[in-house]
Design a protein around this ligand. Structure first.
Ligand code: GTP
Ligand code: SPV
Ligand code: MN
Length: 625
């Protein structure tokens, strides 16, 4: 089997060696600290070979070839989807596993009530056993990577070892992987060690399965030593440790200690017809619309939206006193279902080729399909499990958490300054969730502290991005519930403190809350969403420059009558009223629920947020009379 459409190759030395052979290592220099760490892991995990990943095109090609040979991926029809691949995971390995994600701190209170806490020494002993010999019969890949543009004051480094070539090619798309990152480490940059094994050692002569993994899984963070250990899964955030484990869980701890923010946020540049650009950061929980908003085609003439990031943002106060942000990633690991020509044509265009699809369906002519890509399903498909599928079969052809992995550079809407080492200046911050009821389309916070209260009280219906019951409402503060590496109450305090520092400098960004997902009595979405969300951004920007009006309500400021542009929308008056209805009674229930949630943090809860809650209750009660 040979891959078709082999890309131009960069020349490179062969860097795979039998364990014990040092010849190939001698022709490239590895930082001693990294080598020593790898040597220790080789002894413990006992891989059959070690491959130092250089990040070259040739290496990627060879790994893809290996994955095809192993049956992990298949190449799609190159005439329809050039140089693209389909992976089918094991049926038990399809999403992030929050119940097996652990934060290990000496004091359980430092992990806080929203995290699974484990005592570090006990977890180390457990992992020691689990990882012993876990790479037997497999190659250990040593994967150096950078988060953020190398050369940025915000760039951070890591080295992941993994026994999954699928994970290596994924990291290659999602980060700046290879020799450049290693060189920065060699020059003295500090780095986070991340150990990953699928937990499926091979006995001599044993044939491999297409998607090796283990029923027992661990995703473990040690914030004090800035270490990550992951076992048993090859899927997404469980295995691409640069993403959630590093860029959010470990980075949130670094950010707390160093005075910045590591957030589950998209970043966009919005240019209205006036020509002045604004940068917005928005936090929505998993599978609640970040990638879609990041690539939005605005349904407003003369408006332009460009992509900077779709999942993670690192924010800091620049030397100019302004709030700045970078996207630490280099690619998109996006939800496929619901991504279609009508909802997100930009994403569909970005996926023209050079894409790895995981758990989508395959068409008979060797292309991909998923629910929502087109209105009608093809007459016959091979579903994500590899089985024959026809419309009306009662199952979905793609897994609800099926994903695409594609380079950011390939996105037609990518902004020129998306990888500017100095980041972009943030004008507004948006929080959102998936709420069928209660929460209006858009609300503006009174000030930063009220905005922090909004972020802290986000609730959202669960999606297929992690295990659990889809649709169940849960508090997901700042969309960071599964990603904060320390006590969430301390994290709230860090946000409040950050606001105090911002107030002392140039300008404090405005904060808004949105909900694209409110439903009418018939159970359908009231708001058209997607490209029409630009109308909400138009109102927000109008608030920033003082051209759009608002009315005060107990929960914050809502667009005044006529201030939101709904021209040309097929939206009846009742739907519009319902989209903005604030029911004081229902919100008082919400207040009680928030109070119980806050109570779980005990005296770690910042008093400012309890004060915000009291103020909200008083305002709602006044409304009821
Ligand atoms: P993660 O990658 O898990 O962090 O997800 P995400 O926040 O990037 O979510 P994404 O943009 O991939 O959207 C997830 C699902 O929500 C998809 O099925 C989308 O079609 C759907 N969705 C996104 N935006 C909207 C919207 O404005 N309205 C409606 N009704 N659905 C939306
Ligand atoms: C999310 O769940 O928020 C994702 C997908 O972005 S994963 O990388 O698997 O975490
Ligand atoms: Mn995400």
């Amino acid at each position: 089997m040979t891959l078709i459409d082999r890309p131009a190759l960069a020349t490179t030395t062969d860097s795979e060696t039998e364990v014990g052979a040092t010849a190939a290592r001698a022709d490239r220099s590895y930082p001693a600290e990294v080598s020593t760490w790898v040597d220790g892991l080789v002894e413990h995990l006992q891989p059959a070979a070690v491959h130092w990943v250089d990040g070259s095109t040739r290496e990627r090609h060879d790994l893809l070839q290996l994955l095809v040979t192993n049956g992990t991926i298949e190449q799609l029809n190159p005439d329809l989807r050039p140089y693209s691949f389909l992976a089918r995971s094991a049926e038990s390995d399809v999403a992030r596993l929050e119940s097996r994600t652990f934060i290990c701190t000496d004091d359980p209170a430092d992990a806080g009530p929203t995290n699974n806490w484990r005592e570090p020494a006990a977890m180390r002993a457990e992992l020691d056993e689990v990882f012993r010999g876990s790479m037997r019969g497999r190659t250990m890949y040593v994967v150096p990577f950078a988060m953020g543009p190398i050369g940025s004051p915000m760039a951070r480094f890591g080295v992941q070892v993994t026994d999954s070539p699928y994970v290596v090619v994924s990291i290659g798309t999602m980060t700046r992987m290879g020799d450049a990152a290693l060189a920065a480490i060699a020059r003295g940059a500090s780095w986070v060690p991340a150990v990953h094994s699928v937990g499926a050692p091979l006995a001599p002569g044993e044939t491999d399965v297409p998607w090796p993994c283990n029923d027992t899984k661990y995703i473990v963070q040690f914030p004090a030593t800035r270490e990550i250990w992951s076992y048993g899964s090859a899927y997404g955030g469980n295995a691409i440790l640069a993403k959630k484990a590093y860029a959010l869980r470990i980075a949130s701890v670094m950010a707390r200690d160093e005075g910045w923010l590591a957030e589950h946020m998209l970043l966009i540049k919005v240019t209205p017809p006036s020509g002045r650009s604004y940068h917005l950061a928005a936090a929505f929980p998993s599978a609640c619309g970040k990638t879609n908003m990041a690539m939005m085609t605005p349904n407003l003439p003369g408006w332009k939206i460009e992509t900077i990031g779709d999942d993670i943002a690192w924010l800091w106060i620049g030397s100019d006193g302004r709030l700045r942000a970078i996207n630490p990633e280099a690619g998109f690991f996006g939800v496929a279902p619901g991504t279609g020509v009508r909802t997100n044509p930009t994403a569909v265009d970005a996926l023209w080729g050079n894409t790895i699809f995981t758990n989508v369906a395959r068409t008979d002519d060797g292309d991909v399909w998923w629910e929502g890509l087109s209105d009608d399903a093809p007459a016959h498909l091979t579903d994500w499990r590899g089985e024959s599928w026809t419309p009306g079969s009662g199952t979905t052809a793609a897994h609800p958490n099926a994903r695409f992995t594609v380079s950011a550079r390939q996105c037609p809407s990518i902004a020129d300054d998306w990888d500017d080492p100095a980041g972009v200046v943030i004008d507004a911050i948006i929080f959102g969730g998936r709420r069928a009821s209660n929460v209006p389309l858009v609300v503006e916070a009174r000030d930063w502290d009220h905005g922090v209260f909004m972020g802290a009280t986000i609730a959202s219906e669960q999606t297929a991005a992690a295990e659990g019951t889809v649709g169940e409402l849960r508090r997901d503060p700042f969309a960071m519930l599964p990603f904060a590496g320390y006590n969430m109450a301390d994290y709230f305090g860090h946000w409040l403190d950050f606001g105090r520092r911002l107030r002392r400098s140039a300008r404090v960004p405005r904060v808004f809350q949105v909900n694209w997902f409110r439903k009418g009595a018939d159970g359908s979405f009231l708001w058209p969403g997607f490209g029409d969300n630009a109308r909400v951004l138009e109102w927000m920007i109008g608030r920033l420059d003082g051209t759009r009006t608002a009315v005060d309500t107990p929960i914050g400021s809502l667009p005044a009558a006529g201030a939101l542009n709904v021209e040309g929308l097929d939206l009846d008056a009742d739907a519009l009223t319902e989209l903005f209805r604030v029911d004081p009674e229902a919100f008082l229930h919400e207040v009680d629920d928030i109070e119980s949630f806050f109570a779980t943090f005990g005296d770690r809860m910042p008093s400012e947020l309890s004060r915000q809650l009291d103020l909200l209750r008083t305002r709602l009660q006044a409304e009821l009379g």
